[in-house]
Ligand binder design. Structure first.
Ligand SMILES: [Zn+2]
Length: 415
């Protein structure tokens, strides 16, 4: 049989630009829809790295920062993806989102006059160039008949307007003539199910459904997959999958903590001293945020059992555990739980069967605290639901991984 498509390599490069971390994944396939061929030949990945640009206030330009690049802290631009969302609804609140205000101020303080879409576009130009080198694409594409497909992921919960702004920004980067767009919720679900293939027999035999909760910097995605016999069907729009997604991220938690710090500063110091000590306070805030971030992402659940101390203008102040729980975490955790409930209840009312397991992934759940809080609340609500263990905290990007496997996805026998 002489079929060019069956014999030549198709490379699928998936790029996932997160609000806080980005990653890429490459799959080499023999792919031919005419002969129903979709076989993986090889894979390569780019580990997660911080999403950041370095900016030059002098000439007003921004440059992509790869995992090895460094720039002084005050010249690093982060979270700029958030600026694309404009004033979208965060955590179900109709008010202007604090996170967005904060990001706008961050861009302004740095003196960045570029439009958010321009920054995103520059980021993609650098991201693609970096991935091209790191994934050795020049060598791969020199193979006879090699074809390239580029997949870019985006949050499912963005409004049409934001998705449009994002797609245009990526297209302006001119990285590839045609880009396949993937929904992050579906990509995360596919990534987890596919990566753990071979471990689902028990659930597959029962025709069970499982859920994946991916907690990102900007969004939270919940996906549900229903086993039907011993075949996978994780294609977008398949009757075996459903998803829910919300603008609800770890950036929000960080912002709540920053609010707590700033309230404390206001109550501890008079307006006059706040003005005089502005520079010291800004430095104290930076140190408090660093400690907060480290603590949150550290494994183990008891880090804030006794609360947390912060320094403000030379004096130590204590924030109690219950203040942290009510003022920082409550919206976030209940938002995550309601996403899970939404899928769970839907499954129960449509099939009369409850999902069997919830797998939790995403950067913030690497620290035991958030995972512990999710577990506590979900268990309380659904005692029969099994909750995943942290071996699912992939070092690489599970969203990029799932997106890169989108062609593998028709239906395939389990291993
Ligand atoms: Zn063929």
């Amino acid at each position: 049989m002489d079929c060019e498509s069956c014999e030549s390599p198709t490379f699928v490069m998936a790029l996932d630009m997160g609000a806080t971390f980005s990653g890429a994944y490459l799959v080499e396939m023999r792919y031919c829809p005419d002969h129903d061929l979709h076989r993986v030949y090889g894979e390569r990945r780019l580990d997660k790295f911080r999403t950041a640009m370095s900016y030059d206030a002098g000439n007003g330009t921004v440059t992509f920062m790869g995992p090895e690049d460094t720039a002084p802290i005050d010249r690093q631009l982060q979270y700029f993806k958030v600026a694309l969302t404009g004033r979208e609804d965060w955590q179900g609140s109709q008010e202007a989102p604090a996170e967005h205000e904060w990001v706008a101020r961050h861009l302004q303080d740095l003196g960045v006059a570029l439009a958010p879409a321009t920054v995103v576009s520059e980021y993609f130009r650098g991201f693609f160039a970096h991935a091209w080198v790191a994934l050795e694409m020049a060598r791969e594409m020199s193979k006879p008949g090699a074809k390239l497909q580029v997949v870019v992921t985006h949050p499912a919960c963005w409004s049409g307007g934001t998705q449009e702004r994002f797609r245009r920004a990526v297209q302006d980067a001119s990285i590839h003539d045609s880009i396949h767009w993937e929904d992050e919720a579906i990509a995360a679900l596919r990534g987890v199910v596919y990566e753990m293939r071979g471990r689902w027999d028990h659930y597959a035999q029962g025709g069970d459904s499982i859920m994946v909760l991916d907690c990102g910097g900007l969004t939270a995605d919940a996906g549900l997959f229903r086993f039907k016999g011993n075949m996978y069907d994780l294609a977008h729009g398949s009757s075996s999958v459903s998803s829910r997604s919300q603008l609800l991220g770890s950036l929000g938690i960080d912002q709540r903590f920053r609010d707590v710090f700033q309230r404390l500063t206001r109550s501890a110091l008079s307006p006059e001293s706040r003005e005089v000590l502005a520079r010291d306070i800004a430095n104290d805030e930076r140190l408090a945020m660093e400690r907060w971030t480290t603590m949150l992402r550290r494994p183990g659940q008891n880090q804030i059992q006794s609360g947390m101390s912060v320094r403000i203008a030379g004096r130590t102040h204590h924030i109690t555990r219950s203040e942290i729980m009510t003022q920082v975490f409550s919206d976030y955790i209940s938002g995550l739980v309601s996403l899970v409930s939404c899928l769970y209840e839907h499954e129960v009312s449509h099939r009369g069967v409850a999902p069997k397991v919830l797998l939790v992934t995403g950067g913030i759940t690497m620290g035991g605290l958030v995972l512990g809080l999710i577990r506590e609340q979900v268990r309380h609500k659904y005692p029969g639901l099994e909750i995943s263990l942290p071996q699912l905290q992939f070092r690489w990007n599970i969203v990029a991984y799932g997106a890169a496997h989108y062609l593998v996805n028709g239906t395939m026998p389990m291993e």
